[in-house]
Ligand binder design. Structure first.
Ligand code: RNT
Ligand code: ZN
Length: 415
């Protein structure tokens, strides 16, 4: 009997069919962000990363061209099990030699190579307007700016991105999630907290006037509590994003688990929002003390978020996207480790006897509930994980870094 077969028996005893679990898991799409590959640089500007976000580290071998970024992403896909969706930012537009088009004028054709890439790998595409790292960000503001010309520019950018998102959906046959996040806010105590939010609200409403098919493009609004240099106030606060999504047809809230106060947990917010929204979206990251965008690991809160999605039966109601960027270690390793961790968290959630545990809660058998929770923790999860990797033709955990090192030697070190 193999380790997997013995694990399968153990799980069967608590009512879990590991075969069905593996079949489900490999078909759940998770959005793989392009921006771990080049420290959120993109191809449409030379300036620094702004908007209250920052990458730290300068590990060698970073991708600097679309070809390199795609090559690295293919390596990440080879190193990870499970179904992927491609997540792009508008600043990753690909121009012809000598061509430059500003963000208010970008068009589907600037993303044609990405569409070809997605089709080659059978992936859908998600999209993000890039409201940062640009000289039209005025005094740290975009959609909430009091300056009409600035606001107009960024509204036009949003509209262009809706057109591009619809193009992605039509080309791939898979709906595109288009996420609006701006770093708009103030370093120090503002004198007016409402007007920027009203302008932000009106700007998104303007963007949404662009005609589009709501079944093809899912517009999400991402909130944030603070950013670097934007410590005192952000226009797109949690209440702002939630209220906006709740009051605008076809709009969904997006929660990034790095964007809340340290004792708040997104795992508890997932079932809450699922009571009110048909669909919600997530940015999965790892905050260390703050929104530090560390690589996602198989840690407690990551497990808990996955558990909530699974036990709410909401795998088809939650758009899951990864969002982290670490430049201090091998970027391909960082990228793939985060994806593998989320796959582990989903598998772990599916290997939990959720129905039985729910019954214990309803029957107020709290002692038994605690004991069962503890018993589940030492089930042979690793044996099922290994089997999943084997079936997905993916390297096991202990050989993973050897593969990374090989790629570093053969490709990254030559850049
Ligand atoms: C920033 C937000 C945002 C970005 C990406 C690059 O704090 O999390 O989602 O990380 O758009
Ligand atoms: Zn995010």
């Amino acid at each position: 009997m193999t380790n997997y077969e013995s694990a399968k028996e153990k799980y069967k005893k608590i009512g879990i069919d590991t075969e069905a679990v593996l079949e489900t898991l490999k078909n759940v799409p998770v959005s793989l962000h392009c921006w771990q590959g080049d420290d959120v640089a993109g191809f449409d500007h030379d300036g620094p990363l702004t908007g209250g976000i920052q990458t730290t580290g300068n590990y060698p071998g970073k991708a600097t061209t679309p070809e390199e970024l795609m090559q690295d992403m293919e390596e990440v896909m080879r190193l990870t099990p499970g179904k992927k969706k491609l997540n792009l930012h508008a600043c990753y537009a690909i121009f012809e030699k000598g061509e430059f088009v500003d963000r208010d004028k970008i068009a589907p054709k600037h993303f044609k190579p990405w569409v070809d890439f997605a089709k080659k790998h059978g992936m859908g595409i998600d999209f993000n307007p890039t409201f940062f790292s640009h000289d039209k960000v005025k005094d740290g503001l975009t959609l909430s700016s009091p300056d009409e010309e600035t606001r107009r520019f960024w509204i036009e950018h949003g509209k262009a991105c809706i057109r591009i998102s619809e193009y992605f959906a039509k080309e791939t046959g898979i709906p595109c999630v288009m996420n609006i996040w701006t770093g708009d806010g103030y370093k120090d105590i503002p004198a007016d907290r409402m007007a920027p939010r009203l302008r932000y609200k009106e700007s998104i409403e303007e963007i949404l006037k662009e005609p589009f098919d709501k079944n093809l493009v899912k517009v999400t609004v991402e909130s944030k509590v603070f950013g670097i240099g934007v410590e005192s106030y952000t226009a797109g606060s949690a209440e702002f994003a939630l209220s906006f999504a709740a009051s605008h047809d076809g709009c969904l809230p997006l929660m990034d688990n790095g964007h809340y106060h340290p004792t708040e947990v997104v795992s508890d917010k997932i079932p809450t929002l699922l009571c009110f929204f048909d669909e919600i979206a997530l940015h999965i990251t790892r905050p260390v003390r703050w929104d530090s965008d560390h690589v996602v690991l198989f840690d407690d809160e990551t497990k808990e978020m996955a558990k909530e999605i699974v036990r709410c039966n909401a795998l088809n109601r939650v758009y899951m996207a990864l969002d982290y960027f670490d430049a201090s270690i091998n970027r391909v390793s960082a990228w793939a480790t985060g994806f593998r961790s989320w796959q582990k968290a989903l598998l772990n959630a599916m290997l939990t006897p959720n129905d039985e545990l729910k019954k214990l809660q309803d029957n107020a058998e709290f002692g038994r509930l605690m004991a069962t929770f503890e018993a589940v923790k030492t089930l042979p999860f690793g044996d099922v994980w290994e089997e999943y990797l084997r079936r997905e033709n993916t390297v096991d955990d202990f050989s993973f870094y050897d593969e990374v090192e090989k790629y570093e030697k053969e490709v990254l070190s030559k850049r």
